[in-house]
Design a protein around this ligand. Structure first.
Ligand SMILES: [Zn+2]
Length: 119
């Protein structure tokens, strides 16, 4: 049994990120990410974590999947991810890119307060 990493987002974590919006001008738009599921055995193959993404044209879901060779693969239900990943297997949509940037920032600055604010 492997414990979750201490710095992994908790199941109630809500993150707000500013990303290019869904309109033609890609206006900066506020997107909310909410952890829906976090596997307590994050280092084993399978679904590690899922997030709900709200604020765009529609709501989407992101899933992080650990492969048997211990890589993390990211999936998003948005049209960009669905259609382009068929042609470009390593393509990452803006939702996944934004989340990865936030997670990376969180790892390098664990005390940065960027989540769970009360309005
Ligand atoms: Zn997406």
């Amino acid at each position: 049994m492997v414990a979750p990493t201490p710095n992994s987002p908790s199941p109630r974590t809500v993150v707000t990120l500013i990303l290019p919006g869904p309109d033609c001008r890609r206006s900066p738009t506020r997107y909310r990410y909410r952890v829906r599921f976090r596997n307590p055995f994050m280092h084993q193959p399978g679904c590690v974590m899922t997030w709900d993404v709200l604020g765009g044209r529609d709501s989407y879901q992101i899933a992080a999947e650990r492969t048997t060779d211990e890589r993390l693969e990211w999936h998003c239900t948005c049209p960009d991810a669905v259609y382009r990943s068929a042609r470009q297997p390593h393509h990452r949509c803006k939702h996944v890119q934004g989340l990865l940037a936030w997670l990376h920032q969180r790892e390098t600055k664990p005390l940065a307060a960027t989540s769970s604010h009360n309005g």
